[in-house]
Design a binder for this molecule. Sequence first.
Ligand code: PMM
Length: 279
Amino acid sequence: MGTPGSPATLVMGVLNVTPDSFSDGGRFEATDAAISHAHRLVSRGADIVDIGGESTRPGAERVDPAEEMERVLPVIRALAQEGVVVSIDTMRAATAEASVAAGASIVNDVSGGLADPRMAAVVAAADVDFVVMHWRAHSATMDAHDQYVDVVREVRDELAARVDALTAAGVRDERIILDPGLGFAKVADTNWPLLATMAEWSGGRRVLIGASRKRFLGTVIARPGVDAGDPARRDHATTAVTALAAQAGAWAVRVHDARASSDAVRVVSAWQNALDTTR
Ligand code: PMM
């Protein structure tokens, strides 16, 4: 994307299997509802389904590891068997390991391997794609770490340190996908410079952008008559970010509304193809 002949940006649909998302019935109902939602995401254009069993919202407490696995593993197993490309959103090596065994082909760790010292070894042994997000602290305390002198330089350097540590632990460099961690230890204004400078901090690696419904989008769209505090009201702004991220060459976007982002990616591809053929 962004350069002639390169593939289109992928759409990663968000599937949070957490009590606040699918809580009404018991475990079985929650699993069923999660699988149905995954089907909806795929039918609406998601190329990958990102499954998480632990909320990472600001202020969120950790979930018990056994509980996290019970939430995600049956969903991963069912979807992988159907041929859906599954990513596991976890900070725990044991959950990542069990998820890959259940059929996940991507590990998405919002801590970039920092939260669990065993994560690098698990990813290296499994030889799967690894999303390394910029992260400074767990959700309960991350707001205390949101100060930067030069956000682009600091995020670039902190991600580079992760890449060094991970490759030293045996993770192949080409398996690493970088993510700026929008909204994680970042006040609203500091997210935009990271979006605008993808090429500067990615060092040519694949990039995943997770802007979907986040508060910094609410800040931008806020005006009289707009309920910018409602996460779903931020979907149009999310779609705009998808288009711009695709234009800038992002490998994938992580979104709740798969249809809108899938459309946006196609618009960018058509635009890009026209540029390539008329030049
Ligand atoms: N954001 C959330 C969860 N997981 N993973 C990656 N790689 N990047 C993100 O930006 C990201 C993530 C939090 O968003 P949600 O609560 O809406 O899922």
